[in-house]
Design a protein around this ligand. Structure first.
Ligand SMILES: Cc1ncc(COP(=O)(O)O)c(C=O)c1O
Length: 409
C-alpha cells in the first residue's frame, strides 16, 4: 500500500513528525494484530509514536542494544527503571556520586519500603561487601556527575552476579561514543538524552537501552504512567543524533586540552578528568572507554565559593548554566545547582566543595576556550595557595521544594 504522504515512494530525508494522539484502525483484524504485538502499528500516543520509535532504534544501535525506550527526561528514565524492577523489601545500591535528583527519588523509594545503601564511588571496588541476598539493583554513573569518578563496570557486574542483581549504568557523561556499558556487563543503560545525544539545549528526553525483554517491561511502565516523549522533541533528538559523533569527538578533544591547561594552574586544585594520566580513575577509564574520555570535568577554584563565583562571572565565552553535553561550553557550581536539594552536609560528603565547578566543554575552537579561561584566571586574585578542605556548611536553601524533611511525609 502506498503511503498517502509520499505516494510516489520518494522517501523523506527526515522522519516525519507525527503529532497524532490517536490513529484510525483500518479494520478490527489490524487492531487485534497491533494489540497482540504481531505488527508494529500505532493506536494511541501514550503507547507509541512513529517519530519517537524511529529514534529509539537509532539509540539502540548506538548502544549496541536489542532495543531502546525513550521517555520525557533523564530522570523519568531513571524513575521508570526503579518502578519497573524494585518492590518493597528489595535492596538498592546507589552511589553518592550520581546526579543530585536521585536523592529526592530515594526519599520516595524509601517510603515504598525499598532499602537503600549509599556508597562513595571511591569505594566501588569494595561493593561485594555491600551486596546482600535482597540486593535487586546496583545503579551507577561512570564517569559520575559532577566529580567524574570512574567505576569499574565489569567488577560491578561480578558483584551483581553474586545475587543476580540488575546492573544499571547511566551513560550520560561517557556517551555511547566513548563507552558501551552493555558490552562491559551492564543489563540496562540509561541516558539523559537532554545532554550529549540531543546536544543543542533545546529538548528534554530520556532513553533506556537493553534487551528486548527489558524493553517490553519498561514499555509496560511507560504506557501505564504516560512518560511517552512528544513527536517534536523526538524529531529534535533525531536531528541531534546526526551530528552526535563529531560533537562527541570535539568535546572530548576540547576537554582534554582544557584539563591539561588547568592542571598546571596554581589557582586550580582537585581537578578531576579521567583523561588525565594523574587522575585516580584514569587506568580503569582507559580500559573501558574509547576514542577519548568525554567532555566533562570538575575542579576547585581558589579557596572559597566567592573565588569560584568571581571566576565564573569573568568568563566571556563559557556560559554560566546547568546541563552539559551541549554545543556551547557550560560551567556551574554544583553546590548551588544540581546538589541544591540535598541536605547541606550531604552535598559535601563525597568530595564536592562549595568552590567546586563542573565544566562541560562544547564544540567551540579550543584556542577560544583556553583564552577565555586564561583571561578569567588572570583576573582572579587568590591570597593563599588553594587548600584541600571542605568548606563550612551553609544554611539550607529556601528554594521551592528544597525542604527535604517534608518530602519524607
Ligand atoms: C548523569 C545524569 N543523569 C540523569 C540526569 C537527569 O536528566 P534530565 O535532566 O534529562 O531529567 C542528569 C541531568 O543533569 C545527569 O547529568
Amino acid at each position: 500500500m502506498s503511503d498517502p504522504l509520499t505516494p510516489y515512494g520518494n522517501k523523506p530525508m527526515v522522519t516525519p513528525i507525527v503529532n497524532a494522539v490517536n490513529y484510525e484502525y483500518s479494520s478490527f483484524e489490524v487492531l487485534r494484530q497491533i494489540t497482540d504485538g504481531e505488527i508494529d502499528g500505532y493506536t494511541y500516543h501514550r503507547d507509541d509514536n512513529p517519530t519517537v520509535r524511529a529514534v529509539e532504534k537509532k539509540i539502540a544501535a548506538l548502544e549496541e542494544a536489542e532495543d531502546c525506550i525513550i521517555c520525557t527526561s533523564g530522570m523519568a528514565a531513571c524513575a521508570m527503571v526503579y518502578l519497573t524492577y524494585l518492590s518493597a523489601g528489595d535492596h538498592l545500591i546507589l552511589f553518592h556520586d550520581i546526579y543530585g535528583a536521585h536523592y529526592k527519588v530515594s526519599l520516595i523509594l524509601e517510603r515504598m519500603d525499598i532499602e537503600i545503601t549509599w556508597l562513595d564511588a571511591c569505594d566501588g571496588h569494595k561493593i561485594a561487601e555491600y551486596v546482600k541476598p535482597n540486593t535487586k539493583m546496583i545503579f551507577c554513573e561512570s564517569p559520575s556527575n559532577p566529580l567524574c569518578k570512574v567505576l569499574d563496570i565489569s567488577s560491578l557486574r561480578k558483584a551483581a552476579d553474586k545475587v543476580s542483581a540488575l546492573l544499571v549504568v547511566d551513560n550520560t557523561f561517557a556517551t555511547p561514543y566513548h563507552q558501551k556499558p552493555l558490552s562491559l556487563g551492564a543489563d540496562i543503560v540509561v541516558h539523559s538524552a537532554t545532554k550529549g545525544l540531543g546536544g543543542h539545549n533545546d529538548l528534554m528526553a530520556g532513553a533506556i537501552a537493553g534487551s528486548k525483554s527489558h524493553y517490553d517491561k519498561l514499555w509496560f511502565t511507560r504506557q501505564a504512567i504516560g512518560t511517552t516523549l512528544d513527536a517534536y522533541s523526538g524529531s529534535l533528538l533525531e536531528r541531534g543524533l546526526k551530528t552526535f559523533g563529531i560533537r562527541a569527538e570535539k568535546m572530548a578533544a576540547n576537554a582534554m586540552a582544557i584539563a591539561e591547561y588547568l592542571a598546571d594552574n596554581s589557582k586550580i586544585s582537585n581537578i578531576r578528568y579521567p583523561g588525565l594520566k594523574t587522575d585516580s580513575g584514569h587506568s580503569i577509564a582507559a580500559k573501558q572507554m574509547n576514542n577519548g574520555f568525554g567532555g566533562i570535568m570538575a575542579f576547585d577554584i581558589g579557596n572559597s565559593q566567592d573565588d569560584a563565583k568571581k571566576f565564573i562571572s569573568e568568563l566571556k565565552v563559557i556560559c554560566h548554566a546547568v546541563s552539559l553535553g551541549a554545543t556551547e561550553s557550560l560551567i556551574c557550581i554544583p553546590y548551588l545547582t544540581t546538589l541544591l536539594y540535598m541536605p547541606p552536609e550531604r552535598r559535601t560528603v563525597f568530595g564536592v566543595r562549595s568552590n567546586t565547578v563542573r565544566l562541560s566543554a562544547g564544540i567551540e575552537k579550543t584556542e577560544i576556550l583556553l583564552g577565555d579561561l586564561e583571561q578569567a584566571l588572570n583576573k582572579l586574585e587568590i591570597k593563599s595557595k588553594p587548600k584541600t578542605r571542605i568548606d563550612t556548611i551553609e544554611t539550607p536553601s529556601k528554594r521551592k521544594g528544597a525542604d527535604y524533611a517534608d518530602i519524607r511525609i
